[in-house]
Design a protein around this ligand. Sequence first.
Ligand SMILES: O=C(O)C[C@H](Nc1ncnc2c1ncn2[C@@H]1O[C@H](COP(=O)(O)O)[C@@H](O)[C@H]1O)C(=O)O
Length: 472
Amino acid sequence: MPSLADAQVALGALDGRYRSAVAPLVDHLSEPALNRERLRVEVEWLIYLTRHQVIPGCGTLTADEQSALRAIPARFGPDDIAELAAIEAETHHDVKAVEYLLKRRFAALPGRSEDDPLTELIHFGATSEDVNNVSYALMIRGAITQVWLPAARALLAQVEAMAGALRAVPLLAHTHGQPATPTTMGKELAVLTWRLGRQLGRIERAEYLGKFNGATGTYGAHLAAVPDADWQRISAEFVGSLGLTWNPLTTQIESHDWQAELYADLARFNRILHNLCTDVWTYISLGYFAQVRGQGTIGSSTMPHKVNPIRFENAEANLEVSNALLDVLAATLVTSRLQRDLTDSSMQRNVGTAIGHSLLALDNVARGLSGLDADPGAMAADLDANWEVLAEPIQSAMRALAAQGVPGMANPYERLKELTRGRRIGATELREFIEGLGLPADVAARLTTLTPQTYVGLAPQLVDRVVPPTTG
Ligand SMILES: O=C(O)C[C@H](Nc1ncnc2c1ncn2[C@@H]1O[C@H](COP(=O)(O)O)[C@@H](O)[C@H]1O)C(=O)O
């Protein structure tokens, strides 16, 4: 029997059926992207060392040579990937393989050779983690700022636009799944926009840290080679030159605390988005949103009438997978036995998968939302069937009157409970009840004009906190 493995079939869903949605992350978080970043860091370190003559009297690189070296990661492609894999098959050490590949490329520059004295400055003073941690910081920063954040911002703008459009559309709330004080659909979406926006702000402010201080973070090898250099300043300057925040105090490994912080924020964003999915799914189920576009031609394989909210269900699943990975990354990356164990290396191989499932969910939610049309008629019908929700404002007005010394306003809660608890009442019963309360005329007039559809408080105005009202 032929093996499917022979056909280069993906094992995981992200590289299989969902590949197109997550492809932009491949350039940032795949294994070749890691190796490309490692090459970039090694090249930049060599250029830094020679340009600043950190090793007094060491050779220099011409501008053309610096460009040629920088082109190695910039043009890193399938042939380099294959060559690197062949070297790693010999070294069984992935960073050493990168070092050897760069030494080969350096020796091949015009006028250089394997015996060139500068060859030994490649990977000078560095432990693998010096190269790895800086590479990961650059990769993750690229993935977040160039791929994930733009997708998340676009989704947020979409939810925000829906909140604005449905700003004043009355909606029967369902606390505990039971009819409750009305709100508007726009305000409920504005709450989610507000929450997602706060998390997005935290993610936008994420710090990306890097360290470059040798095998146990002591600069021991550096000092042994060049005792007079200010190695802490050099390390800070080099890490800073890559646009990262310098971590001054570490063991062999960068402590990964910033990664744990970022993954906790991403996971919290995912959880709020999951809440949006389950709410919108429920509103669809109640008929408050109609699925009108982009649902494909088949809903159910057996029930022809159905259109299923599959985009939101897919997003839920992917957010859960993403969070499982983000949680395990955040929990485990912050510990390493003594000066280093290698669990972080194997664990960080899953960063792309963790962020990929989140990106896939963003894509599904965006597609799901764009296929929806609100049905204000369905929302109005449910409000109209639940006049008892007006027991609350009547009670509240009576309490205020009682506090002002108006006679006959005692025990409003109990009186409304008697009228409404466990039974349906309509406009007529409620108005008759109000008329029998002996309320001051202005309050009675105000309450009798109230309907479940108009009892939305400040809901429309609250939307303006996240969606500025359109002017003109
Ligand atoms: O600079 C060093 O290498 C110092 C060394 N610590 C190491 N630091 C970083 N990488 C190391 C280390 N050790 C191994 N390896 C190589 O890491 C690779 C791990 O593979 P995987 O589990 O697939 O992520 C895999 O390629 C391993 O060979 C130490 O002894 O402290």
